[in-house]
Design a protein around this ligand. Structure first.
Ligand code: 3HC
Length: 295
Protein backbone atom coordinates (compact mmCIF):
# COMPACT_ATOMS: atom_id res chain seq x y z
CA UNK A 1 0.00 0.00 0.00
CA UNK A 2 1.33 3.48 -0.84
CA UNK A 3 2.78 5.14 2.28
CA UNK A 4 0.43 8.16 2.02
CA UNK A 5 -2.67 5.96 2.14
CA UNK A 6 -4.72 5.70 5.32
CA UNK A 7 -4.61 2.16 6.72
CA UNK A 8 -7.94 0.62 7.76
CA UNK A 9 -7.96 0.46 11.59
CA UNK A 10 -11.62 0.95 12.50
CA UNK A 11 -14.23 -1.42 11.10
CA UNK A 12 -18.01 -1.54 11.25
CA UNK A 13 -19.76 -4.86 10.60
CA UNK A 14 -23.45 -4.76 9.70
CA UNK A 15 -25.28 -7.90 10.79
CA UNK A 16 -24.13 -10.42 13.40
CA UNK A 17 -25.56 -13.66 12.06
CA UNK A 18 -23.57 -16.66 10.83
CA UNK A 19 -21.18 -14.62 8.67
CA UNK A 20 -21.24 -11.22 10.40
CA UNK A 21 -20.31 -12.73 13.77
CA UNK A 22 -17.38 -14.58 12.20
CA UNK A 23 -16.19 -11.45 10.36
CA UNK A 24 -16.43 -9.35 13.55
CA UNK A 25 -14.55 -12.03 15.52
CA UNK A 26 -11.79 -12.15 12.91
CA UNK A 27 -11.43 -8.35 12.84
CA UNK A 28 -11.21 -8.19 16.64
CA UNK A 29 -8.69 -11.05 16.77
CA UNK A 30 -6.55 -9.19 14.24
CA UNK A 31 -6.40 -6.13 16.53
CA UNK A 32 -9.03 -3.92 14.86
CA UNK A 33 -11.44 -1.62 16.66
CA UNK A 34 -14.68 -3.40 15.68
CA UNK A 35 -18.21 -2.02 15.92
CA UNK A 36 -21.10 -4.35 15.13
CA UNK A 37 -24.55 -3.18 14.07
CA UNK A 38 -27.67 -5.22 14.75
CA UNK A 39 -31.33 -4.27 14.50
CA UNK A 40 -32.29 -4.49 18.18
CA UNK A 41 -31.04 -5.44 21.65
CA UNK A 42 -32.12 -9.08 21.26
CA UNK A 43 -30.17 -9.46 18.01
CA UNK A 44 -27.16 -7.78 19.67
CA UNK A 45 -27.24 -10.31 22.53
CA UNK A 46 -27.54 -13.25 20.13
CA UNK A 47 -24.64 -11.88 18.03
CA UNK A 48 -22.47 -11.31 21.09
CA UNK A 49 -23.17 -14.91 22.24
CA UNK A 50 -22.04 -16.27 18.85
CA UNK A 51 -18.76 -14.36 19.03
CA UNK A 52 -18.16 -15.38 22.65
CA UNK A 53 -18.81 -19.06 22.00
CA UNK A 54 -16.56 -19.12 18.93
CA UNK A 55 -13.77 -17.40 20.87
CA UNK A 56 -14.22 -19.94 23.68
CA UNK A 57 -13.92 -22.77 21.11
CA UNK A 58 -10.73 -21.19 19.76
CA UNK A 59 -9.28 -21.22 23.31
CA UNK A 60 -10.39 -24.84 23.85
CA UNK A 61 -8.73 -25.83 20.56
CA UNK A 62 -5.49 -24.11 21.55
CA UNK A 63 -5.80 -21.50 18.76
CA UNK A 64 -6.05 -18.53 21.11
CA UNK A 65 -4.75 -17.72 24.61
CA UNK A 66 -7.15 -16.69 27.37
CA UNK A 67 -5.51 -13.24 27.41
CA UNK A 68 -5.93 -12.83 23.64
CA UNK A 69 -9.59 -13.85 23.90
CA UNK A 70 -10.17 -11.16 26.54
CA UNK A 71 -8.34 -8.58 24.39
CA UNK A 72 -10.41 -9.52 21.32
CA UNK A 73 -13.67 -9.22 23.26
CA UNK A 74 -12.64 -5.76 24.47
CA UNK A 75 -12.21 -4.62 20.89
CA UNK A 76 -15.83 -5.45 19.93
CA UNK A 77 -18.63 -2.98 20.62
CA UNK A 78 -22.25 -3.15 19.51
CA UNK A 79 -24.77 -0.60 18.32
CA UNK A 80 -28.30 -0.42 16.96
CA UNK A 81 -27.67 2.99 15.34
CA UNK A 82 -25.91 3.43 11.97
CA UNK A 83 -24.92 6.97 13.02
CA UNK A 84 -22.25 5.36 15.26
CA UNK A 85 -20.41 4.28 12.09
CA UNK A 86 -19.41 7.93 11.42
CA UNK A 87 -15.72 7.39 12.30
CA UNK A 88 -15.26 3.99 10.60
CA UNK A 89 -12.56 3.49 7.94
CA UNK A 90 -14.46 0.51 6.52
CA UNK A 91 -17.97 -0.89 6.82
CA UNK A 92 -18.58 -4.55 5.96
CA UNK A 93 -22.19 -5.47 5.22
CA UNK A 94 -23.18 -9.04 6.15
CA UNK A 95 -27.00 -9.03 6.22
CA UNK A 96 -29.12 -11.83 4.63
CA UNK A 97 -29.00 -12.32 0.83
CA UNK A 98 -32.01 -10.10 0.09
CA UNK A 99 -31.31 -7.52 -2.60
CA UNK A 100 -33.77 -4.86 -1.38
CA UNK A 101 -32.45 -5.17 2.16
CA UNK A 102 -28.81 -4.88 1.03
CA UNK A 103 -29.56 -1.87 -1.16
CA UNK A 104 -31.29 -0.16 1.77
CA UNK A 105 -28.35 -0.91 4.07
CA UNK A 106 -25.90 0.49 1.49
CA UNK A 107 -27.85 3.73 1.18
CA UNK A 108 -27.96 4.13 4.97
CA UNK A 109 -24.29 3.26 5.41
CA UNK A 110 -23.31 5.72 2.71
CA UNK A 111 -25.02 8.48 4.70
CA UNK A 112 -23.60 7.31 8.04
CA UNK A 113 -19.93 7.02 6.99
CA UNK A 114 -18.49 10.48 7.31
CA UNK A 115 -14.83 9.94 6.41
CA UNK A 116 -14.54 10.85 2.72
CA UNK A 117 -12.16 7.93 2.10
CA UNK A 118 -14.28 5.36 3.98
CA UNK A 119 -14.69 2.05 2.17
CA UNK A 120 -17.92 0.10 1.85
CA UNK A 121 -17.69 -3.67 1.42
CA UNK A 122 -20.29 -6.38 1.00
CA UNK A 123 -20.00 -10.02 1.98
CA UNK A 124 -22.69 -10.84 -0.58
CA UNK A 125 -22.40 -14.18 -2.35
CA UNK A 126 -24.91 -13.39 -5.08
CA UNK A 127 -25.70 -9.72 -5.66
CA UNK A 128 -23.68 -7.75 -8.26
CA UNK A 129 -21.25 -5.37 -6.55
CA UNK A 130 -22.02 -2.83 -9.28
CA UNK A 131 -25.68 -2.73 -8.17
CA UNK A 132 -24.68 -2.05 -4.56
CA UNK A 133 -22.11 0.56 -5.65
CA UNK A 134 -24.71 2.36 -7.76
CA UNK A 135 -26.93 2.75 -4.67
CA UNK A 136 -24.28 4.99 -3.05
CA UNK A 137 -22.69 8.40 -3.65
CA UNK A 138 -19.22 6.78 -3.46
CA UNK A 139 -19.40 3.96 -6.06
CA UNK A 140 -15.60 3.97 -6.50
CA UNK A 141 -15.17 2.93 -2.85
CA UNK A 142 -17.53 -0.05 -2.90
CA UNK A 143 -16.11 -3.56 -3.15
CA UNK A 144 -17.03 -7.23 -2.69
CA UNK A 145 -15.23 -8.84 0.28
CA UNK A 146 -16.48 -12.40 0.44
CA UNK A 147 -15.64 -14.64 3.41
CA UNK A 148 -16.21 -18.36 3.96
CA UNK A 149 -18.01 -20.07 6.81
CA UNK A 150 -16.64 -20.67 9.46
CA UNK A 151 -14.86 -17.34 8.97
CA UNK A 152 -12.30 -17.75 11.79
CA UNK A 153 -11.25 -21.15 10.37
CA UNK A 154 -11.27 -20.76 6.56
CA UNK A 155 -8.52 -18.39 5.48
CA UNK A 156 -9.81 -17.40 2.03
CA UNK A 157 -11.27 -14.06 0.95
CA UNK A 158 -12.64 -13.34 -2.51
CA UNK A 159 -12.16 -9.72 -3.56
CA UNK A 160 -14.54 -8.40 -6.18
CA UNK A 161 -14.07 -5.00 -7.83
CA UNK A 162 -16.96 -3.32 -9.64
CA UNK A 163 -16.41 -1.72 -13.05
CA UNK A 164 -15.92 1.67 -11.38
CA UNK A 165 -13.69 0.87 -8.38
CA UNK A 166 -11.07 3.55 -7.61
CA UNK A 167 -7.42 2.40 -7.70
CA UNK A 168 -6.79 3.75 -4.19
CA UNK A 169 -9.81 1.87 -2.78
CA UNK A 170 -8.65 -1.35 -4.44
CA UNK A 171 -5.16 -0.99 -3.03
CA UNK A 172 -6.46 -0.32 0.49
CA UNK A 173 -8.93 -3.21 0.55
CA UNK A 174 -6.31 -5.63 -0.80
CA UNK A 175 -3.88 -4.56 1.92
CA UNK A 176 -6.65 -4.90 4.50
CA UNK A 177 -7.65 -8.43 3.42
CA UNK A 178 -4.13 -9.78 2.93
CA UNK A 179 -2.01 -7.97 5.51
CA UNK A 180 -4.38 -6.79 8.24
CA UNK A 181 -6.69 -9.84 8.22
CA UNK A 182 -3.97 -12.25 7.05
CA UNK A 183 -6.29 -13.93 4.52
CA UNK A 184 -5.36 -15.59 1.25
CA UNK A 185 -6.88 -13.32 -1.39
CA UNK A 186 -8.31 -14.40 -4.72
CA UNK A 187 -9.79 -11.92 -7.19
CA UNK A 188 -12.99 -12.50 -9.11
CA UNK A 189 -14.80 -10.45 -11.70
CA UNK A 190 -18.23 -9.15 -10.66
CA UNK A 191 -20.11 -12.21 -11.97
CA UNK A 192 -22.84 -14.18 -10.21
CA UNK A 193 -21.36 -16.57 -7.65
CA UNK A 194 -17.83 -15.19 -8.05
CA UNK A 195 -15.22 -17.98 -8.24
CA UNK A 196 -16.08 -20.27 -5.34
CA UNK A 197 -19.88 -20.30 -5.42
CA UNK A 198 -19.88 -20.64 -9.23
CA UNK A 199 -18.17 -23.98 -8.66
CA UNK A 200 -19.71 -25.00 -5.33
CA UNK A 201 -23.42 -24.23 -5.71
CA UNK A 202 -24.00 -26.23 -8.95
CA UNK A 203 -22.39 -29.19 -7.15
CA UNK A 204 -24.72 -28.79 -4.15
CA UNK A 205 -27.72 -28.30 -6.47
CA UNK A 206 -26.80 -31.56 -8.27
CA UNK A 207 -26.73 -33.39 -4.92
CA UNK A 208 -30.18 -32.02 -4.00
CA UNK A 209 -31.54 -33.14 -7.38
CA UNK A 210 -30.02 -36.57 -6.77
CA UNK A 211 -31.81 -36.81 -3.42
CA UNK A 212 -35.06 -35.41 -4.86
CA UNK A 213 -35.16 -37.97 -7.65
CA UNK A 214 -34.52 -40.91 -5.31
CA UNK A 215 -31.15 -41.66 -6.90
CA UNK A 216 -29.60 -42.10 -3.41
CA UNK A 217 -30.31 -41.23 0.24
CA UNK A 218 -28.77 -38.20 1.96
CA UNK A 219 -26.30 -40.11 4.14
CA UNK A 220 -25.00 -42.05 1.13
CA UNK A 221 -24.65 -38.96 -1.08
CA UNK A 222 -22.65 -37.26 1.68
CA UNK A 223 -20.61 -40.35 2.55
CA UNK A 224 -19.71 -40.66 -1.12
CA UNK A 225 -17.96 -37.30 -1.12
CA UNK A 226 -16.52 -37.49 2.43
CA UNK A 227 -15.15 -41.02 2.22
CA UNK A 228 -14.63 -41.22 -1.53
CA UNK A 229 -13.18 -37.77 -2.18
CA UNK A 230 -11.94 -36.68 1.28
CA UNK A 231 -14.16 -33.58 1.45
CA UNK A 232 -14.61 -32.38 5.06
CA UNK A 233 -18.42 -32.46 4.58
CA UNK A 234 -20.75 -33.96 2.00
CA UNK A 235 -22.79 -31.57 -0.19
CA UNK A 236 -26.08 -31.86 1.74
CA UNK A 237 -24.49 -31.29 5.13
CA UNK A 238 -22.55 -28.42 3.59
CA UNK A 239 -25.81 -26.89 2.30
CA UNK A 240 -27.17 -27.13 5.87
CA UNK A 241 -23.96 -25.50 7.13
CA UNK A 242 -24.18 -22.60 4.63
CA UNK A 243 -27.95 -22.20 5.22
CA UNK A 244 -30.54 -23.33 2.69
CA UNK A 245 -31.85 -19.76 2.27
CA UNK A 246 -28.39 -18.59 1.24
CA UNK A 247 -27.87 -21.67 -0.96
CA UNK A 248 -31.19 -20.90 -2.70
CA UNK A 249 -30.34 -17.20 -3.12
CA UNK A 250 -27.01 -18.03 -4.76
CA UNK A 251 -28.58 -20.70 -7.01
CA UNK A 252 -31.23 -18.19 -8.10
CA UNK A 253 -28.60 -15.58 -8.92
CA UNK A 254 -26.52 -18.08 -10.92
CA UNK A 255 -29.62 -19.16 -12.87
CA UNK A 256 -30.68 -15.53 -13.46
CA UNK A 257 -27.25 -14.69 -14.87
CA UNK A 258 -26.46 -17.79 -16.96
CA UNK A 259 -29.90 -19.34 -17.66
CA UNK A 260 -28.42 -22.84 -17.76
CA UNK A 261 -31.12 -25.44 -16.87
CA UNK A 262 -28.77 -27.33 -14.56
CA UNK A 263 -28.40 -24.21 -12.40
CA UNK A 264 -32.16 -23.84 -11.74
CA UNK A 265 -32.85 -24.34 -8.02
CA UNK A 266 -34.57 -27.71 -7.37
CA UNK A 267 -38.16 -27.52 -6.11
CA UNK A 268 -37.13 -29.44 -2.96
CA UNK A 269 -34.71 -26.65 -2.00
CA UNK A 270 -37.41 -23.98 -2.45
CA UNK A 271 -39.96 -26.02 -0.45
CA UNK A 272 -37.50 -26.54 2.42
CA UNK A 273 -36.77 -22.81 2.60
CA UNK A 274 -40.51 -22.06 2.55
CA UNK A 275 -40.94 -24.56 5.41
CA UNK A 276 -38.26 -22.78 7.44
CA UNK A 277 -35.98 -25.82 7.22
CA UNK A 278 -32.95 -23.60 6.73
CA UNK A 279 -30.27 -26.04 7.88
CA UNK A 280 -28.10 -26.06 10.96
CA UNK A 281 -29.02 -22.55 12.15
CA UNK A 282 -32.72 -23.57 12.22
CA UNK A 283 -32.10 -26.97 13.81
CA UNK A 284 -33.38 -28.78 10.72
CA UNK A 285 -32.43 -29.03 7.07
CA UNK A 286 -31.37 -32.19 5.27
CA UNK A 287 -30.42 -33.37 8.79
CA UNK A 288 -31.66 -32.58 12.29
CA UNK A 289 -29.39 -30.67 14.67
CA UNK A 290 -29.29 -30.38 18.41
CA UNK A 291 -27.18 -27.57 19.94
CA UNK A 292 -25.33 -27.22 16.65
CA UNK A 293 -24.47 -30.90 16.27
CA UNK A 294 -25.80 -33.29 13.65
CA UNK A 295 -27.84 -36.10 15.24
N1 3HC B 1 -11.21 -20.25 15.78
C1 3HC B 1 -10.10 -20.76 15.22
N2 3HC B 1 -9.97 -22.04 14.87
C2 3HC B 1 -11.01 -22.86 15.13
C3 3HC B 1 -12.19 -22.40 15.74
C4 3HC B 1 -12.27 -21.02 16.07
N3 3HC B 1 -13.35 -20.48 16.63
N4 3HC B 1 -13.04 -23.43 15.86
C5 3HC B 1 -12.43 -24.50 15.35
N5 3HC B 1 -11.20 -24.16 14.92
C6 3HC B 1 -10.20 -25.02 14.25
C7 3HC B 1 -9.92 -26.28 15.04
O1 3HC B 1 -8.92 -26.08 15.98
C8 3HC B 1 -9.47 -27.21 13.94
O2 3HC B 1 -8.15 -26.88 13.56
P1 3HC B 1 -7.04 -28.03 13.29
O3 3HC B 1 -7.54 -28.71 12.04
O4 3HC B 1 -5.76 -27.26 13.11
O5 3HC B 1 -7.07 -28.92 14.50
C9 3HC B 1 -10.34 -26.80 12.74
O6 3HC B 1 -10.75 -25.46 13.02
C10 3HC B 1 -11.57 -27.69 12.58
O7 3HC B 1 -12.38 -27.57 13.76
P2 3HC B 1 -13.22 -28.74 14.43
O8 3HC B 1 -12.31 -29.88 14.71
O9 3HC B 1 -13.96 -28.15 15.57
O10 3HC B 1 -14.31 -29.09 13.39
P3 3HC B 1 -14.33 -30.15 12.22
O11 3HC B 1 -13.04 -30.84 12.06
O12 3HC B 1 -15.57 -30.92 12.46
O13 3HC B 1 -14.51 -29.17 10.96
C11 3HC B 1 -15.45 -27.50 9.59
C12 3HC B 1 -15.61 -28.33 10.85
C13 3HC B 1 -14.29 -26.53 9.75
C14 3HC B 1 -16.74 -26.72 9.44
C15 3HC B 1 -15.17 -28.47 8.39
O14 3HC B 1 -16.13 -29.48 8.36
C16 3HC B 1 -15.19 -27.75 7.07
O15 3HC B 1 -14.23 -27.07 6.71
N6 3HC B 1 -16.27 -27.92 6.32
C17 3HC B 1 -16.43 -27.29 5.00
C18 3HC B 1 -16.88 -25.87 5.21
C19 3HC B 1 -16.99 -25.14 3.91
O16 3HC B 1 -16.83 -25.66 2.81
N7 3HC B 1 -17.29 -23.84 4.04
C20 3HC B 1 -17.47 -22.97 2.89
C21 3HC B 1 -18.93 -22.80 2.65
S1 3HC B 1 -19.21 -21.73 1.28
C22 3HC B 1 -19.33 -20.22 1.96
O17 3HC B 1 -19.20 -20.01 3.14
C23 3HC B 1 -19.62 -19.10 1.03
C24 3HC B 1 -21.04 -18.64 1.08
O18 3HC B 1 -21.15 -17.54 0.24
C25 3HC B 1 -22.03 -19.65 0.63
Amino acid sequence: MSPHMHEVRTVGVVGCGLMGSGIAELCARRGLDTLVYEVNALAVESGRAKIESSLARAVERGKLTVADRAAALKRVAFTTDFADFADRDLAIEAVPEDEDLKLRVFEELDDALIRPDALLASNTSSIPIMKLAAATKRPGQVVGLHFFNPVPVLDLVELVPSLVIADSAWERIRAFAADTLGRHVIVSQDRAGFVVNSLLIPYIVSAIRMLESGFAVAHDIDAGMVRGCAHPMGPLRLADHIGLDTTLAVAESLYAEYREPHLAPPALLSRMVQAGHLGRKAGVGFYKYSAGTAI
